[in-house]
Design a protein around this ligand. Structure first.
Ligand SMILES: NC(=O)c1ccc[n+]([C@@H]2O[C@H](COP(=O)([O-])OP(=O)(O)OC[C@H]3O[C@@H](n4cnc5c(N)ncnc54)[C@H](OP(=O)(O)O)[C@@H]3O)[C@@H](O)[C@H]2O)c1
Length: 158
């Protein structure tokens, strides 16, 4: 019976209680969203920026992120927030510490790290720079490195 109830609630999830419609002002808060240039991360950056937060869009492609930032700032007519690009490639573990240090050079703290970036079902045989299978390397190792380095350099609470 419990399994049936769980299955049913997943098929018909309850309406979310926190959305962009009732999110309180986030002025003064600093967020970092990985993979914010597309998909879920893009929408999240837009919501946080609209709410007055300072948001770092951490992406591997400067041109994609810059285009996404321009699109968001154009579509949100008024905001006291800021939306900035930060270079971050989760598929190259040797670069993540530098990204965290580049962030720490600009900010004294980070309130929330949204480890959103990731890959799903890449072609068989795809690997990261260090030769790990692409999903494991990006979604597990890359995120773990990013959490550790950003926590250390910015006083982020686990
Ligand atoms: N949508 C779903 O149904 C679903 C289901 C389960 C899990 N997820 C996970 O939820 C997250 C968001 O999903 P989504 O649908 O919004 O995905 P998406 O549109 O494919 O966006 C993924 C983002 O991750 C970035 N990314 C990929 N590899 C990266 C790397 N090595 N370094 C830095 N950024 C990297 C991408 O950057 P580029 O633009 O440069 O590629 C992109 O901005 C992903 O982690 C995804 O795997 C999604």
């Amino acid at each position: 019976m419990t399994a049936l109830c769980t299955y049913w609630s997943q098929l018909r999830p309850a309406a979310p209680s926190l959305t962009e419609a009732n999110l309180p002002l986030q002025s003064g808060k600093i967020f970092l969203v990985t993979g914010g240039n597309s998909g879920v991360g893009y929408e999240l950056c837009k919501i946080l920026y609209s709410s007055g937060a300072r948001v770092y869009m951490a992406s591997r492609s400067a041109s994609n992120a810059t285009a996404a930032i321009a699109e968001i700032t154009k579509s949100v007519s008024t905001s006291s927030g800021e939306l900035k690009f930060l270079q971050l490639d989760l598929g190259d573990l040797s670069t993540i510490k530098n990204s965290a240090e580049a962030f720490a050079a600009q900010e004294e703290r980070l309130d929330v790290l949204w480890n959103n970036a990731g890959v799903a079902t890449p072609p068989v045989g795809s690997t990261t720079k260090q030769g790990h299978e692409l999903q494991i390397g990006t979604n597990c190792l890359g995120r773990s490195f990013s959490r550790n380095f950003f926590s250390r350099s910015c006083g982020l609470q686990p």
